[in-house]
Design a protein around this ligand. Structure first.
Ligand SMILES: Cc1cc2nc3c(=O)[nH]c(=O)nc-3n(C[C@H](O)[C@H](O)[C@H](O)COP(=O)(O)OP(=O)(O)OC[C@H]3O[C@@H](n4cnc5c(N)ncnc54)[C@H](O)[C@@H]3O)c2cc1C
Length: 402
């Protein structure tokens, strides 16, 4: 039975199918991939064959053009695997890097990059962050200088998820020194598709605390010559596209966090009910039971916020404030949930090899990636204060522009 206004019987069937696929194709090897810091090519291929890398993408590029709640189902189930690196790698590929190709890429880019990415034949990364700046896009310094029918790219990008595996990168570059605001917001930025095999591009793996299967890397571009037709959309309009893409990125992060918390809560519940203390199980003591009660209640509330935000997004306006609220609340709650999960499992949870330890490490990444919590609070605070107490923003129904 479907017990939500947002999901239909078709979504329920899709959830079952996705869960079976992940149980068969992912769960047996996910821990090994996390340790190795990479996902195998065969996984990308089978995700592509199942249509799971292009649920939102246009049919012309092999995508499914499915409704957003089909993606919500997929991402919740991906989150429920409990493997943060796996879910980061797949979501960066399917909902972040390739989103820009679907949003503004011309027919040539959709044929040569989006379609193979949807099929799982080419892996995509998104390279925005630099050693000197992350949250503040106006500070980006990687340049792309026009030289005939090419751009010459110079600069360094860090924290690139899928960086070690990617066949191509969607890269935020400065095409004009102008950082003032214009018709596209902060002007001077463009999005460029860069093949990872081009001369002058070097990739250095950068091991991280969590999200290990995502193969994070630092990528240096030293006079990399990129054909000029690899610009996504319009030159100097990159900031405008990023502001749109970041809303989806934050919503996706929130949905993944929901699934991750379902898994974390379930693991903790199992441990509390199975472990024997003198005089019963920990679940029979009031302190752990109350802690679980608080977390489960917060998770239930978070789920409503995220699903409502997805519904607003589906209506066609960009619910920017809600995307920030959903990302802020779920990723911070996931950290508290992971902390409680580790603690309530006792020393077993603290073992480096435990699921609780991996969940704890992975949860920390999500409050930083796609914009740190402080930036989410800045955006929400500005929207609420600008609009006043009776505003849509304060009631959770804002329609913030990009
Ligand atoms: C695991 C992981 C994967 C990532 N994957 C990618 C990826 O695939 N591609 C990519 O381009 N980037 C990626 N990132 C980078 C991520 O987007 C940045 O970490 C994020 O935007 C913050 O940028 P920064 O790390 O440079 O921090 P900075 O912008 O230097 O900020 C440092 C700290 O200052 C504080 N701060 C920043 N801004 C404000 C503010 N306005 N008000 C108050 N305090 C503030 C925050 O505490 C913040 O953590 C990833 C990050 C992580 C952790």
């Amino acid at each position: 039975m479907v017990r939500s206004p947002y999901f239909t019987a078709d979504h329920a069937t899709f959830r079952e199918r996705t869960r079976e696929f992940l149980a068969a194709e992912v769960m047996p090897s996910a821990a090994a991939w996390d340790q190795e810091g990479r996902l195998p090519r065969s996984l990308w291929k089978s995700l592509g064959e199942q249509g799971l890398l292009g649920l939102l993408h246009p049919r012309g590029a092999g995508g499914g053009e499915r409704d957003l709640f089909t993606s919500v189902v997929f991402l919740e189930e991906l989150g429920r695997t409990g493997f943060g690196g796996l879910r980061a790698a797949i979501s960066v590929h399917a909902y972040m890097a390739t989103h820009y190709l679907a949003l503004a890429g011309g027919p040539g880019l959709q044929r040569d990059y989006l379609a193979p990415a949807v099929a799982g034949e080419r892996v995509a990364a998104l390279a925005i962050t630099e050693p000197g700046t992350g949250a503040d896009l106006s500070g980006l310094t990687t340049t792309a200088e026009r030289d005939g029918d090419h751009f010459v790219v110079r600069g360094v990008k860090t924290m690139v998820s899928n960086g070690t595996a990617a066949d191509f990168h969607v890269v935020a570059v400065r095409t004009s020194p102008d950082t003032g605001t214009g018709p596209y917001g902060t002007t001077g930025l463009s999005l460029l598709v860069i093949d990872s095999g081009l001369p002058g591009l070097t990739t250095t793996p950068t091991p991280t605390l969590g999200w290990r299967a995502a193969g994070t890397a630092t990528v240096a571009y030293e006079d990399v010559r990129v054909p000029a037709d690899r610009v996504i959309g319009r030159v100097d309009a990159g900031f405008y596209y990023l502001m749109r893409g970041l809303q989806l990125e934050r919503l996706v992060a929130a949905v993944l966090a929901l699934g991750g918390m379902d898994r974390c809560l379930d693991d903790t519940r199992r441990c509390l009910t199975e472990r024997r203390l003198s005089g019963g199980t920990p679940a029979e003591r009031q302190a752990p039971a109350h802690r679980i009660a608080d977390l489960a209640t917060e998770l239930a509330a978070a789920r409503q916020l995220v699903h409502h935000t997805a519904w607003l997004y589906e209506q066609g306006d960009l619910p920017a404030t809600e995307c920030s609220m959903a990302k802020l609340h779920t990723t911070e709650l996931a950290c508290r949930m992971a902390d409680a999960g580790l603690h309530l499992q006792g020393a077993q949870g603290y073992l480096d090899s435990s699921d609780a330890a991996r969940t704890y490490r992975d949860a920390r990444a999500a409050t930083l990636a796609a914009g740190p919590s402080e930036v989410m609070r800045d955006l929400i605070g500005r929207a609420v204060l600008r609009s006043g107490p009776d505003s849509p923003a304060a009631r959770g129904g804002a329609r913030e522009g990009a």
